[in-house]
Design a protein around this ligand. Structure first.
Ligand code: NAD
Length: 351
């Protein structure tokens, strides 16, 4: 197993170190190669995605990533900003399918800002298309019009084949779950998503056991808060998925709990927490490493087809939570507040 480890910026190195600790405790035959990305890449090689980092990621079977970004890079030209490194590596590795499970651990029901009865038992899989949509569409940019006024442009664009392949991923996952797919779009206003809906309906015919429903994104944002347990698999485009999966993270107590997998057509994947680099809490050893540790479990499951060790990690996380260990973001009275590295130790001990 060749794994490229890209810690990135902010809390990235702290949380990735915990996931590496957990992986190493499994004593698997793994080769872990570290490389910089994001702001760290810019500092090391003048590029948020240095050529050597990209080459390493391409050669590896899987990539374990922390997070990128820091406010200190906000004044750099857009192409040099940390987030561009992330968008580029997703595109270069053709990681078009982003899986974000939103699962509520019973112990954390009171950490959610929603009532426990609304969120307990929650288990949603958000499937987000990751390499198309308004984040990549051309033309884009800020220009100055003839009258001297500035204008910003981005382009929402999806080809039929891009929609089809993410639809297949969503339906295949639903087949292994509760066989329900809710496709989220804005087909009443945006032609791009009108096509999205048509293609979803076409692909659904190949999965007669799966129930397909459609929801406008504004309603989906509301339903996720009102009655989140109505969802099994939710499939949507890049920008809607970005926003809805962050919203879903709060159902689970904290964004620090939410792992993600981004896969290509051959199950090569990049695994990272759904949150960002949290510069506000970096270098204090207080971040929650569980999303990154759970991302490592997804790596074992999806890229290496190692269900048993993936289950072991997930059960160890459950056990550490049941034992009362909590980082600051999920802390509630009566629990044991621990630092980032101590949470990593607790998971290793539970293993
Ligand atoms: P963020 O996700 O970094 O932080 C949002 C809030 O959640 C902050 O209060 C932070 O302290 C908290 N938080 C995040 N992860 C946490 C964890 N593991 N444990 C405890 N608390 C946690 O989003 P932001 O503040 O909007 O962005 C900060 C930087 O991260 C920006 O530069 C942004 O571009 C970047 N970013 C990167 C990614 C990524 O690498 N995938 C995703 C989103 C944002």
């Amino acid at each position: 197993m060749r794994i490229a480890v890209l810690p990135g910026d902010g809390i990235g190195p702290e949380i990735v170190a915990q996931a590496v600790k957990v992986l190493e405790a499994l004593n698997l035959n793994m080769q872990l190669d570290h490389a910089p990305i994001g702001g760290a890449g810019y500092e090391a090689a003048g590029d948020p995605l240095p050529a050597e980092t990209l080459a390493l990621a391409k050669q590896a079977d899987a990539v374990l990533l922390g997070a990128v970004g820091d406010w200190k890079y906000d004044s750099l030209p857009r192409d040099m900003r940390p987030e561009r490194g992330l968008l580029r590596i997703r595109k270069e590795l053709n990681l078009f399918a982003n899986l974000r499970p939103a699962l509520l651990y019973p112990e954390l029901a009171s950490a959610s800002t929603l009532k426990p009865e609304v969120v307990s038992g929650l288990d949603i899989m958000i499937v987000r298309e990751l390499t198309g949509d308004i984040y990549f569409g051309q033309p884009r940019g800020i220009s100055t019009l003839a009258n001297g006024e500035r204008e910003g442009i981005n382009t929402m664009r999806y080809s039929e084949s891009e929609i089809r392949r993410i639809a297949h991923i969503a339906f295949s996952i639903a087949m292994k779950r509760n066989k329900k797919v809710c496709s989220v779009d804005k087909a009443n206003v945006l032609e791009t998503t009108e096509l999205w809906r048509q293609v979803m309906i076409e692909v659904a015919k190949e999965y007669p056991q799966v129930e397909l429903s459609h929801m406008y994104v504004d309603n989906a944002a509301m339903q996720l808060i009102r009655q989140p347990k109505q969802f099994d698999v939710m499939v949507t485009g890049n920008i809607f998925g970005d926003i809805l999966s962050d919203e879903a993270s709060m159902l689970t107590g904290s964004i620090g709990m939410l792992p993600s997998a981004s896969l290509d057509a051959n199950n090569k994947g990049m695994y990272e927490p759904s949150h960002g680099s949290a510069p506000d809490i970096a270098n204090q050893d207080i971040a929650n490493p569980l999303a990154t540790i759970l991302s490592a479990a997804m790596m074992l499951r999806y890229t290496f087809a190692d269900e048993s060790n993936a289950d072991r990690i997930e059960n160890a996380v459950k056990k550490a939570l049941a034992q009362g260990y909590r980082t600051a973001d999920i802390f509630t009275d009566g629990c044991r507040k621990v630092k980032c590295s101590e949470m990593g130790d607790a998971v290793v001990a539970a293993l």
